[in-house]
Design a protein around this ligand. Structure first.
Ligand code: NAP
Length: 234
């Protein structure tokens, strides 16, 4: 992986794609802030051994306003005056339901985790991003959140939350042209969320994601891009 030393905040780093992102990023001299809900039980994350990189594990429940606000102080302490190059809003939850058959409170919960929390975190991290060299927000989305991708009736809440995240990306990019903001689809990957039938394994998806992210240019802001570099329709 081509790389230069940068500062990264990876949200949802305990397992799946977030864990693999941290694993690949600490192979070179990055500073990685790995945020997870329960650091003490994130054994795979705790077991990682950085080679020439800085790894800092912090607590962050992205569905909780209180936790998000508290995490910002921890990010600031790690950065210690440095800017944040990449905010990687990777945490997400999936629900299998349909548009007429869901729990009201669970619909709110998925929106909190998949879009409202990431939106608040981005706004609170703005001062750090402004000081960063890359000024990049990666909102991990899904082609299931694209209106032009027909996945039928399933996963209605999840798809609605990712459609909202895609619009958030669009609005963040339009509001702050000094930043680079993208929605990134990791592909269908074998994780707890993706399931065992998925054709991709986390290392392949993440290597592709990082190639895309490290290659981003100003003109890419506001785009919806797949892990293999293909631009997706909304
Ligand atoms: N896998 C796929 O095929 C696929 C396809 C399209 C998009 N995506 C997207 O890719 C992202 C990563 O998915 P994944 O496949 O790696 O899923 P995963 O294996 O289920 O991992 C999800 C991660 O998000 C974290 N998380 C969930 N809720 C959180 C919260 N409230 N606060 C902080 N962290 C939280 C989990 O932490 P805990 O361990 O604490 O639960 C875990 O680390 C998601 O946004 C997902 O929608 C995945």
């Amino acid at each position: 992986m081509a790389n230069t030393a940068s500062t990264w905040l990876i949200v949802g780093a305990s397992r799946g794609l977030g864990l693999e992102l941290v694993r690949q990023l600490i192979a070179t001299s990055n500073t990685v802030i790995a945020a997870c809900r329960n650091p003490s039980s994130a054994s795979q994350l705790q077991a990682l051994e950085p080679t020439g990189a800085e790894l800092h594990i912090i607590q962050l429940d992205v569905s909780s306003e209180e936790s998000i606000r508290a995490s910002v102080g921890k990010v600031e302490a790690v950065l210690n005056g440095r800017g944040l190059d990449y905010l990687y809003n990777n945490a997400g939850i999936l629900a299998q339901d349909d548009a007429f058959n869901f729990s009201y409170s669970e619909f709110l919960a998925i929106l909190q985790t998949n879009v409202v929390g990431p939106a608040l975190l981005a706004s609170l991290c703005l001062p750090f991003l402004e000081k960063g060299n890359k000024k990049t927000i990666v909102n991990v989305s899904s082609s299931m959140g694209g209106l032009t991708h027909d996945y039928g009736a399933s996963a209605a809440r999840y798809s609605a939350s990712k459609a909202a995240m895609n619009m958030l990306t669009h609005k963040q990019a339009k509001t702050r042209p000094d930043l680079i903001v993208i929605s990134l689809c990791p592909g269908w990957v074998q994780t707890d969320l993706g399931g065992v039938s998925a054709p991709l394994e986390p290392p392949e998806s993440v290597a592709g994601q990082l190639k895309v992210v490290l290659g981003l240019k100003k003109e890419d802001t506001g785009k919806f891009i797949r892990y293999d570099g293909q631009e997706l329709t909304w």
